[in-house]
Design a protein around this ligand. Structure first.
Ligand code: EPU
Length: 437
């Protein structure tokens, strides 16, 4: 199934007004749900996932799994989606080229498939255009576990030794989120002990890891940079069920929306503890934020001005690269010059040229560094979303601006934000979606 739509969003700018007051509910985490779908391959019995966001990336990973023989059933209760994945009829280890090429996260299936079926075949994974996004750390890790790797016609073919993968020590040269997730899952079905070093610390990894431990996996060191896994057979617990944690990037996006565009916004069903870096940044810039259990309230006055601040992205718990573009929109409205340093990806500043077309004062120094001046009056334009996060940044910039902004490539935004137009319209913003055939 091809989920790519050609919808257009039209947003009417508020011209800097901050009149609205409302509440928005945060959906389940995209990145947690993606790895949880992959975790179904570790189970001998059906795995149920709850609080799954209804977004295109999940649909695509689901389609990949279905083509491998995984039966997926959906249930929707109280607005929360759940999926049950039954891998008992898994019959293939070959990822569909068309889908895998569009989804970077498809790489996460390869390790568990290799461990369970002794082989995995896949193209170079695609996804958001935010940098080179190599897979060398994955290939190095698979080789360490004893797999042989061949590359033919742009496809990777992994084969486990006859007696299966063997545990090993893997040091990640970069802290890689999907790499850590993939090898943690792979090692659960790998004989012997695997030690993963320089692991990513993103809360999604700890959350899924703790669930796997409850279901019988032997994983130590969760929440630290060294994770040790003693592998074994398929997990066979009765009715395993995992609740996807709230999406901290979505919650952070709403915090920025609230600071820029609302008198008061209550962000509910979120985990404030996962947003320390974003909250600290906004508070230093002058935002008023109140933290309560599972919710955050942000208040702004119509004439409130914010201070410019240097923004440096960092692996968790530092400032997330996924909120860099949105925070840049915020900085166009702060007083003074802000230096942006994107340390994770080398292709994640391109959106600034579009913000400049909207009137932002921007200077791109190199692939990683730029300066944004403010406050500036933005004006709506016709723009094309280059990736998920920059796409939402354009939408928010369009709401801050005067006049109308038309956004193309909306499917990029739909990849990670569930029905964002409807949810923001419920808050009172004037956003319309035009479906194209
Ligand atoms: N890297 C390598 N070789 C590899 C793998 C990664 O050099 O084999 C490098 C990357 O090029 C990058 C750095 O390591 O410079 C970190 O990349 P990482 O592997 O952590 O990124 P990812 O796992 O592919 C996840 C999220 C991204 C998020 C990054 C960083 C998922 C599905 N994706 O990507 O989310 O930006 O971590 O936090 O979990 C998004 O949601 O919009 C998004 C892009």
């Amino acid at each position: 199934m091809n989920n790519t739509n050609h919808d257009i969003l039209v947003a009417k700018g508020c011209h800097g007004a901050r009149k609205l007051k409302g509440t928005i509910v945060v959906k389940g985490s995209k990145n947690d749900a993606l790895q949880a779908l992959a975790a179904s391959l570790l189970f001998g019995s059906p795995l149920t996932l709850t609080n799954v966001p209804a977004i295109e990336d999940i649909a695509r990973l689901g389609n990949l799994l279905t083509a491998l023989g995984v039966a997926i059933t959906e249930d929707k209760k109280l607005g929360k989606k759940s999926l049950t994945l039954d891998t008992s009829q898994l019959h293939s280890a070959t990822l569909d080229d068309d889908i895998a090429k569009k989804l970077r996260a498809s790489i996460i299936l390869t390790g568990p498939l290799l461990a369970r079926r002794g082989e995995a075949h896949f193209p170079h994974p695609g996804g958001c255009v935010i940098g080179e996004r190599p897979i060398d750390l994955f290939l190095d890790g698979f080789a360490k576990l004893g797999a042989s790797i061949t590359i033919r016609n742009g496809r990777y073919h992994l084969t486990a030794p006859r007696d299966g993968l063997r545990g090993a020590e893997i040091f990640f040269r970069n802290q890689t989120v999907t790499g850590t997730e993939c090898f943690m899952l792979t090692a659960v079905l790998t004989k012997g002990q695997t030690v993963l070093k320089n692991c990513a610390l993103e809360p999604e990894i700890e959350s899924l890891g703790k669930f796997l431990v409850r279901e019988g996996a032997r994983i130590r060191g969760l929440g630290t940079t060294t994770i040790t896994i003693d592998g074994g057979p398929l997990l066979k617990s009765l009715r395993p069920s995992y609740e996807i944690i709230p999406d901290r990037i979505e919650a952070g996006s709403f915090l920025i929306l609230g600071a820029l565009l609302m008198r008061e916004l209550t962000i509910t069903r979120c985990e404030p503890g996962h947003l320390d870096a974003v909250i600290a940044f906004l508070r230093s810039a002058g935002a008023t934020i109140k933290i309560e259990p599972r919710q955050i309230i942000i208040r702004a006055t119509p004439r409130q001005s914010y201070r410019a601040l240097p923004l440096t992205t960092h692996e968790y718990p530092g400032f997330p690269t996924d909120l860099q573009a949105l925070m840049a929109v915020f900085l166009t409205q702060a007083t003074g010059e802000s230096r942006i340093f994107e340390t994770i990806f080398e292709g994640r500043l391109g959106y600034l040229e579009t913000l400049a077309r909207m009137g932002a004062e921007v200077h791109i120094h190199n692939q990683h560094q730029a300066t944004v001046g403010g406050p500036t009056l933005l004006t709506g334009r016709e723009v094309t979303s280059p990736d998920l996060r920059a796409g939402l940044a354009y939408l928010i910039a369009g709401l801050v601006a005067k006049a109308e902004t038309i956004i193309h490539n909306v499917h990029c935004i739909d990849r990670g934000y569930e029905k964002i137009d409807e949810r923001l319209a419920m808050l009172g913003f004037n956003i319309k979606r035009h479906h194209s055939p």
